[in-house]
Design a binder for this molecule. Structure first.
Ligand code: SIN
Length: 284
């Protein structure tokens, strides 16, 4: 598609694009610019904006253009901004947040359609995020495997075992400290293993090793080999792109058709991001 208000530069063959020519703090009020940003979001699934100065109010306003802001289930957000929290890794910490392939909070009945991540402080090198296109993952499977998966329902769990454990998230000062995510253990939801994107009408694989516990009417032992196969397949290098962060980078990704992975390769340095999820939606 031709863009008149923004520039769009693909990051890789599979997905991802850097969007230029916009200052989001103002652009979110302009419907014409916004129409193009939304087109780029649907076409590339992951859109990256550089050098964005965004207050908490700006971040919320930009997020609202994608969907209604949602709470993260077990972290209270920043004072006055309950849906926004900080992801922080200090130089002395070893564990990062999101260091496993996943789509966000698929264990909720209505997972968010998009996540916005705004970089405040970034390491001198490292701390990139990988993304994988789940349309391509589904479309490249054999017809037989697609038929099998089309009929399956996944059981998605917030259990820590798979998520990698402790991570530091800052929100409301009462609750910030170290959140060990134990609250996530109780969350479970059933969703189709293959979902149809409500805006593009394309089918995408919706299974991850991190959150898919098993398939409905099957045991964990029966489900695991298939989940393992699908996870490896879904993140083949040719389905991915990689986003490097600088202070001011805002990335928005479409959880309905993308998995992501935060790379933990910057021990000894600080990384601080603001995170907001929007658009709760029942996968279908
Ligand atoms: C996440 O999984 O939401 C965090 C991604 C990141 O910090 O790069």
């Amino acid at each position: 598609m031709a863009y008149e208000c923004i520039t769009v530069r693909p990051l890789a063959g599979a997905l991802g694009a850097e969007v230029g020519g916009v200052a989001l703090a103002r652009a979110h009020q302009d419907n014409r610019v916004w129409g193009e940003i939304h087109q780029a979001f649907l076409a590339h699934q992951v859109i990256v904006f550089r050098e964005q100065e965004l207050s908490l109010d700006d971040l919320l306003a930009v997020g609202r253009r994608f969907g209604e802001p949602t709470d993260y289930p077990f972290v209270k957000g920043i004072e006055g901004y309950p849906q926004i929290f900080e992801i922080l890794k200090e130089p002395e910490e070893r564990q990062n947040f999101g260091g496993n392939w996943h789509s966000d909070t698929t264990y909720l009945p209505k997972p968010p359609l998009a996540t916005l991540l705004h970089a405040l402080e970034t390491p001198s090198a490292g701390g990139d995020t990988l993304f994988a296109n789940q349309y391509l993952a589904y479309e490249s499977l054999s017809a037989g495997m697609r038929r099998l998966l089309d009929g399956l329902t996944g059981i998605y769990s917030g259990s820590l075992k798979r998520y990698g454990g402790r991570a530091r998230m800052h929100g409301n000062s009462d609750t910030m400290a170290h959140q060990n995510l134990t609250g996530a253990d109780g969350y479970e939801a059933a969703h189709p293993a293959v979902r149809t994107h409500p805006e593009t009408d394309r089918k995408a694989l919706y299974v991850s090793r991190t959150h898919t516990l098993r398939f409905q009417d099957m045991s964990e032992a029966e489900s695991q080999p298939l989940i393992e196969f699908l996870q490896r397949h879904a993140t083949r290098p040719e389905f991915t792109c990689r986003v490097g962060w600088r202070p001011g980078t805002l990335t928005v990704w479409d959880n309905r058709c993308v998995q992501h992975f935060a790379i933990n390769d910057y021990h000894g340095q600080r990384r601080r991001m603001r995170r907001l999820t929007v658009g709760p939606q029942v996968p279908a």
